[in-house]
Design a protein around this ligand. Structure first.
Ligand code: 3PY
Ligand code: MG
Length: 263
C-alpha cells in the first residue's frame, strides 16, 4: 500500500484535492479522473452516509488518487470503519485539545502506536495481510483546527506523534475567532493561519486547508500549506452551470441566476 498523497507531502511537494459531498458514483469517477492528488469523502457535512462510502470507494480502485474521509466526529468506531472501508486517511473535525488529538491517533494506528482494532475488510481483500504491517506508516491522520480552543492548543496538538498534519476548516475557524464567516482577509484569520503553519513547521507536520475557492486554496499553498482542496463536486457543478448560462447569454458571470450554494 502506498499513500501517494502522503508521499507527495513527505517529499515536500504541494498537492491539491477534491471534496466529495454527493453520493454519486459517476461524480466520484469524474473527480477521480480529473488529476487531483486526493479526494475527501465528507461524512460530516456531505450528503452521504457510510453505506454510500462503501459503494463510492471502489470507484477509485484503478485511479492514482488517494481516498480520504472526513469522519462525522472524532469517534474510534467512525475512524476505524472509514479505514476498514479503504480510506487511506481521515480528516477528523473539531480537534480542540491534546486528548482529542490523541484519541484520533489511537483510532488510526494499530498497536503499539495506537489501539485501532483489527478488521480492515476492504484493504485485506485488496492487499492481504501486508496491509497490517504497512497501515501505520501509510494512513494519514489529520486533525482539524477550526475552533478557538483548537487554535489555543495547536502547538501541543501538532507535537503529538501519529498526527501527520493539521487541516483548517476556514468557516468554523471564523466562527471560533468571532469574525464574520468568510472574512478570510481578517487579521485574526490570517494570524491564526500563521500560527497553524508555524506549529506544523516546528513539529514536522503537514498543513492542509479546505479551499472555499481555487483562489483561497492556491493562496494557502503559496503561504506554505502542503495541500488544499480546490472545490467540491457541488461547487464545480455550480461553476459549470454559471459558466454555461453566461456563455449562452442568459446569466451574468457572477452567477446571479444560479443557485447560491458556496459548497
Ligand atoms: C469549515 O469551513 O469549517 C469546514 O470544515 C469546511 O467544510
Ligand atoms: Mg468545519
Amino acid at each position: 500500500m502506498l499513500n501517494t498523497a502522503l508521499k507527495k507531502w513527505r517529499d515536500g511537494e504541494k498537492s491539491v484535492g477534491a471534496w466529495s459531498n454527493l453520493p454519486d458514483i459517476h461524480c466520484t469517477e469524474l473527480l477521480a479522473r480529473s488529476g487531483f492528488d486526493w479526494i475527501c469523502f465528507d461524512l460530516q457535512h456531505g450528503l452521504m452516509d457510510y453505506s454510500d462510502l462503501t459503494r463510492l470507494l471502489p470507484a477509485l480502485a484503478a485511479q492514482p488518487i488517494t481516498p480520504l474521509v472526513r469522519v462525522a466526529s472524532n469517534q474510534s468506531d467512525q475512524i476505524g470503519k472509514a479505514l476498514d472501508a479503504g480510506a487511506q486517511g481521515v480528516i477528523v473535525p473539531m480537534v480542540n485539545n491534546v486528548d482529542g488529538a490523541q484519541a484520533a491517533v489511537d483510532a488510526c494506528r494499530y498497536p503499539p502506536e495506537g489501539n485501532r482494532s483489527c478488521g480492515p475488510m476492504r484493504p485485506l481483500l485488496l492487499e492481504g495481510m501486508a496491509y497490517l504491517a504497512e497501515a501505520n506508516g501509510q494512513i494519514a491522520c489529520l486533525a482539524m483546527i477550526e475552533t478557538q480552543a483548537g487554535l489555543d492548543a495547536v502547538e501541543e496538538i501538532a507535537a503529538i506523534p501519529g498526527i501527520d498534519g493539521l487541516f483548517v476548516g476556514p468557516v468554523d475557524l471564523c466562527f471560533g475567532l468571532g469574525i464574520a464567516p468568510g472574512d478570510f482577509a481578517h487579521e485574526k484569520f490570517t494570524g491564526a493561519l500563521t500560527r497553524i503553519l508555524e506549529a506544523c513547521k516546528t513539529h514536522g507536520k503537514f498543513a492542509g486547508m479546505f479551499g472555499y475557492s481555487p483562489e483561497l486554496a492556491m493562496q494557502a499553498l503559496d503561504d506554505g500549506f502542503a495541500f488544499a482542496s480546490l472545490g467540491t463536486d457541488i461547487s464545480f457543478f455550480r461553476e459549470g452551470i454559471v459558466n454555461g448560462l453566461h456563455r449562452a447569454g442568459i446569466g451574468g458571470a457572477d452567477g446571479e441566476s444560479a443557485p447560491k450554494a458556496g459548497y
